[in-house]
Design a protein. Structure first.
Length: 209
């Protein structure tokens, strides 16, 4: 209360935000999928500000999770007979997105998405179907943006379309990237690897931690 008093007061005075906190309180905090479905079910600026103050700015619960380094997933070392470069890796990420410009690789079909997720090893892919990935270069510098558009089934069985906006930076090893996003008041830090990609861009395999 001494750190986030105003945010707490505003949230608890609002029926929607109060219901969100109450629902989250009943969930095992290790269940990220259930937590995320709940947050989306009650998504609002008040709940975002509440999380931003308590979890992000002041880290009330003393969380210290870092991106795991094990298992190490080796990135694709070559593509179309050439050693993987950062530019090629960016081109693979951009994939089939229409208007991808100079970064487009041969075989780009210029669709309204870079890639569509068909399967995943994370339970989130079962809960958040219809995942569309959009990768595109930033207007300045060497970084990129990633805008996933996906469907979430809320806890009251509604289907809601969501969109997030990630900053993407190339890591030292070509084919590896760092992703960051502020999602409902909480920063997500992710490490992505291009594991494999068909030479005709018909499929790609990503790993993230």
């Amino acid at each position: 209360i001494t750190k986030c008093g105003p945010c707490i007061t505003k949230c608890l005075a609002d029926e929607n935000c109060k219901a969100c906190i109450s629902a989250l309180d009943k969930i095992d905090t290790r269940d990220q999928v259930a937590s995320y479905r709940t947050v989306v079910s009650y998504e609002s600026e008040l709940s975002r500000d509440f999380s931003l103050c308590i979890l992000q700015k002041n880290n009330i619960f003393g969380c210290s999770a870092t991106v795991p380094k094990i298992p190490y997933v080796k990135p694709l070392s070559s593509f179309r007979g050439k050693e993987m470069s950062k530019d090629t890796a960016k081109g693979i990420m951009i994939g089939h997105l229409e208007g991808c410009g100079d970064a487009a690789l041969e075989g780009c079909r210029e669709l309204d998405v870079s890639w569509k997720v068909t399967c995943g090893a994370n339970v989130a892919y079962d809960q958040f179907p219809s995942q569309n990935q959009l990768f595109y270069p930033s207007a300045k510098g060497d970084s990129m943006w990633y805008d996933p558009v996906f469907r979430v089934e809320t806890i009251d069985k509604r289907n809601v379309w969501c969109k997030r906006h990630y900053r993407v930076r190339s890591e030292k090893v070509p084919g590896t990237f760092r992703f960051s996003v502020l999602d409902n008041g909480v920063t997500s830090d992710e490490f992505w690897t291009i594991v494999d990609c068909a030479e005709d861009l018909s499929r790609v395999v990503f790993h993230y931690a």
